[in-house]
Design a protein around this ligand. Structure first.
Ligand SMILES: [Zn+2]
Length: 248
């Protein structure tokens, strides 16, 4: 039976000098689902491939889930969609919330992707030329390949989806960007593996709030999206590193 694996692509925040932007690659039954898409995404894959020993090519990733529109989570999407358009001659399968779907083209991508020059003339392109979409639901699970995905809105500057993802009889909880939220912890808690963000400021989760959780919950939790200043060696919750390969 195929395992549910997570390859950690990036663990940093938007200000990091040391890390790629927080992003994951979920793998099961040969299917790959990217969670968020930071800048220079092919380089991000290249680095994670080196560290994890897995072959990671953008041509093998057709499904990208975007948790929210902050740049450190989606600045790579333009390049990925152009790569798919020009190199692979296909569209990106975008998985995202209705709120992100409503704004991602008009307010983020259209200015740079809405027009192409073919050597002779300019052509106007729309969202549907680059993307097909599966919308997440706040109420119902949504199936993406072997993954069943539940979304929960987090407490963040802009609409953001935390995720509870099941595959191969196992489950992953991912906080995405969020302020500390006890109800979100309860949503994530049943998962076999929980990946939670920590960072500074009112829209992120202080490490101390997670460190105060019960030990049996912390044992299943891993930290991501931490600032460069975060002391990973003295944390009582294990921090993820780029290239980590986790079996859920
Ligand atoms: Zn954010």
């Amino acid at each position: 039976m195929s395992e549910f694996e997570v390859i950690v692509l990036g663990v940093g925040d938007t200000f990091s000098e040391r890390h790629h932007g927080t992003s994951l690659l979920l793998c099961c039954e040969g299917f790959r689902l990217a969670i968020d898409c930071p800048d220079a995404y092919r380089g991000v894959l290249h680095d994670a491939a080196k560290r994890s020993g897995r072959e990671l090519s953008l041509s093998d990733i057709d499904h990208v889930l975007i948790t929210h529109v902050h740049g450190d989570h989606m600045n790579g999407l333009e390049g990925v969609a152009f790569y798919k358009h020009f190199a692979d001659k296909k569209r990106v399968h975008l998985v995202t919330s209705p709120e992100v779907r409503a704004t991602i083209w008009e307010q983020r991508l259209k200015a740079s992707m809405g027009q192409l020059f073919d050597g002779q003339q300019y052509r106007v392109l729309g969202f549907g030329d680059y993307f097909e979409v599966t919308e997440l639901s706040w109420a119902e699970p949504v199936v993406v390949g072997p993954f069943t995905v539940r979304a929960r809105r987090t407490v963040h500057h802009v609409p953001t989806s935390a995720l509870f993802i099941e595959a191969a009889g196992r489950s992953l909880g991912y906080s995405a960007d969020t302020a500390f939220d006890a109800e979100l912890i309860a949503f994530l808690e049943p998962a076999d593996l929980i990946i939670h963000e920590t960072n500074l400021g009112p829209a992120h989760t202080p490490y101390a709030s997670l460190a105060a959780l019960p030990a049996q919950l912390r044992a299943r939790m891993r930290l991501i999206h931490y600032p460069d200043s975060f002391d990973t060696s003295s944390s009582c919750i294990q921090s993820l590193r780029e290239g980590d390969l986790l079996v859920v």
